[in-house]
Design a protein around this ligand. Structure first.
Ligand code: SF4
Length: 285
């Protein structure tokens, strides 16, 4: 099972997105998936390129819209493992409404976001996750006057049953988190702090190493405890890595629809005879 293809990524050397790509490929392989059983759907931004770099079905969609497309793919074929991906601008700016509705709807898909706290592709503007006061000489030399959004907090508030966060320099933990997210039956979020080495000179690999708390090392941390998860995220301003919350009791959207599997489009016989095809075309004309 090889989820690598022969497309060479054109991310900048050192970009955190390389690790995300590798973690997804490893997780799918270690879960015993086949490329034709998986689909990776991406939005726009540097992160959006990832669907072209993984050997599976893929769709590079439009800005902020990877989640609606991913849900459509899952509706059409429940048997596919569906991964949606996005960036912090793509997913938490223009795509924020889709994020909240996907979390509450709870279809069995995994959303992996590459959060570098900046718009990388358009050369360094502040994004929804840029910290208050964040300075970038080109776009916000006086500092960001807005408050930042904490994606994991939004996911928890919207009712997601699996919320996790990771960091690009810890590919081992990220792979395990992605595996757990894919195995979760329902919507799962893995927000990855994925440094933009070219435009974000504040939130660097070293900065994250100094500021992230590893939940795996917090004594007594219990990801099934929702109150503890919300309190921890609030106190740490989102700066943690590990599985923040998981609830395996919530039923996925698909499991609430009787006969859903049989009704999925992929199981319909849509073959037409030549005669019926011509008849349909004439009616259409
Ligand atoms: Fe990565 Fe930033 Fe380069 Fe985009 S601009 S590829 S996010 S390092």
């Amino acid at each position: 099972k090889d989820f690598r293809n022969n497309v060479r990524p054109n991310w900048c050397p050192g970009c955190g997105d390389f690790s995300v790509q590798a973690a997804i490929q490893r997780a799918l392989a270690e879960l015993g998936k086949e490329p034709e059983e998986c689909a990776v759907i991406s939005g726009i931004g540097c992160s959006g390129r990832i669907s072209g770099y993984i050997n599976s079905y893929g769709f590079h969609t439009i800005h902020g819209r990877s989640l609606p497309v991913a849900q459509g793919v899952k509706l059409a074929n429940r048997d596919l493992t569906v991964i949606a991906s996005g960036g912090d601008g793509d997913g938490f700016g223009i795509g924020l409404n889709h994020f909240m509705h996907a979390a509450r709807r709870n279809m069995d898909i995994t959303y992996i976001t590459m959060d570098n706290q900046i718009y990388g592709l358009t050369k360094g503007q502040t994004s929804p996750t840029s910290a208050h006061g964040f300075k970038n000489p080109k776009s916000t030399p006086e500092g960001n006057i807005e408050n930042s959004l904490i994606p994991t907090q939004v996911a928890l508030a919207a009712g997601a049953g699996f919320v996790a966060q990771s960091f690009s320099s810890d590919i081992k933990q990220m792979t395990e988190i992605v595996k757990a997210a894919i195995a979760h039956k329902g919507f799962s979020l893995v927000n990855v702090y994925s440094p933009c080495v070219t435009y974000n000179k504040v939130n660097t690999y070293d900065w994250y190493k100094e500021n992230l708390t590893n939940l795996d090392e917090v004594e007594g941390y219990d990801p099934t405890n929702r109150i503890q998860a919300i309190t921890t995220i609030t106190e740490k301003r989102g700066l943690v890595k590990g599985i923040i919350y998981r609830n395996e009791e919530i039923k996925a959207y698909e499991d609430l629809i009787p006969g859903y599997r049989e009704q999925a489009i992929v199981h319909h016989d849509i073959t037409l005879s030549a005669e019926d095809f011509l008849k349909s075309m004439k009616e259409f004309a």
